[in-house]
Write a protein that binds this ligand. Structure first.
Ligand code: CUA
Length: 155
């Protein structure tokens, strides 16, 4: 089969681009632990005010030493705030929303989840050293979206 030179160039260029994009996905998934959400848990957002875990979100320690942090997002704040956790312990964040979609990003880390009404987002992260972190909402959620900032202290 005779393929024109320019067509061959574009074929290889397109193949190369696909390889680069695929490589970027594999690299970030492997090296940076950037993964699609895999935890599916539903919750009725209208029952949050009476929900045993989320009505008064309280940081607890499980028997295996894991810290569990339930977080409720609502226009335009995170609850609890501030969040205080120890370093070098696995911390499981469980996040849901009371109203609209919010973001839950711990600035400067790869901890980043969506808070979606009706669902509980969950991820586990260990902070190697103490420090102060800002929790930012990275989904536009209304007029005061830019003011929606929480505080995380690792001790
Ligand atoms: Cu909450 Cu933007």
């Amino acid at each position: 089969m005779d393929i024109d030179l320019y067509e061959r160039i574009w074929l290889w260029a397109a193949t190369g681009l696909i390889a680069v994009f695929l490589g970027a996905i594999i690299l970030t998934a492997g090296a940076e632990a950037i993964e699609p959400p895999s935890h599916v848990e539903t919750i009725d957002p209208t029952t949050i005010s009476t929900h045993p875990e989320f009505s008064k979100p309280t940081i607890t320690t499980q028997p295996d030493g894991t810290i569990v942090v339930p977080v409720v997002t609502a226009m335009f704040a995170f609850s609890p705030d501030p969040i205080e956790i120890p370093a070098n312990v696995p911390v499981k964040f469980r996040i849901t929303s009371q109203d609209v979609i919010h973001g839950f990003e711990i600035a400067g880390t790869n901890a980043n989840a969506m808070a979606i009404p009706g669902y509980v987002s969950q991820f586990t992260i260990t902070f190697p050293k103490s420090g102060q972190y800002a929790i930012v909402c990275n989904e536009f959620c209304g007029l005061m979206h830019h003011m929606m900032v929480g505080h995380l202290t690792v001790k």
